[in-house]
Design a protein around this ligand. Structure first.
Ligand code: M6P
Ligand code: ZN
Length: 192
């Protein structure tokens, strides 16, 4: 391994942005076409309002994606729903299944959904100060269940990689929906 310079970034606690940052990933509604259950609501939003920004990821710059390194950054999920389903990240397994991750809640209110390959789901509410441990073998998705942006810090092994395949096809076994103002976990009818 080559010697690398230590560095720091500054986290803006108000917005969740990192400074300086590496590339910023922005995911709009159209990047998540088949991920929301209510396809009519999806099409309606695109037609009437346009391609809304769902979430952004700021990744600390210059960390090589190799074993031994710790990739880290912040995610900001903007508030809102598609149909009844709250705004969320795509969600992924680590390509190397035996790699873990840590999330720290910064601002706003959300949930971390975790799921095994067998479809067992854990639902973990997250607030500022929540430190969530995502063990190896669990897929993970975050959901903004509040009315403000929900931001969190994450750190994961440099060689973990992202595997979106299974989640893109079937989603998670459970969905977080707004039922008359109540945050409710329901079965995903598309999950087989
Ligand atoms: C967190 C980390 C990142 C991930 C991001 C968005 O910041 O887990 O690795 O990329 O959330 O989640 P996704 O990649 O599932 O859209
Ligand atoms: Zn991850």
């Amino acid at each position: 391994m080559t010697l690398m310079q230590p560095f720091k970034t500054v986290l803006d606690m108000q917005t969740g942005a990192l400074q300086p940052t590496g590339p910023i990933i922005q995911r709009h509604l159209s990047d998540m076409q088949h991920m929301y259950l209510d396809q009519e609501a999806y099409a309606q939003i695109l037609a009437v309002e346009g391609d809304r920004l769902i979430y952004e990821v700021y990744q600390a710059p210059g960390v090589p994606e190799v074993a031994g390194q710790i990739l880290h950054g912040t995610t900001i999920i903007y508030p809102g729903c598609v149909g009844q389903e709250f705004h969320m990240t795509k969600g992924h397994f680590h390509a190397q299944r035996d790699r873990a991750e840590v999330y720290v809640g910064l601002k706003g209110e959300g949930h971390l959904l975790l799921q095994t390959e067998d479809g067992v789901v854990e639902d973990m509410p997250m607030r500022p100060g929540t430190v969530a441990y995502i063990p190896p073998l669990w897929a993970h998705r975050t959901v903004n269940t509040g009315e403000q942006p929900f931001s969190f810090l994450s750190a994961w092994p440099g060689d973990a990689g992202h595997d979106y395949g299974a989640i893109e096809k079937m989603g998670f076994a459970k969905l977080l929906v707004d039922q008359g103002g109540q945050v409710t976990l329901v079965d995903n009818p598309r999950f087989l």
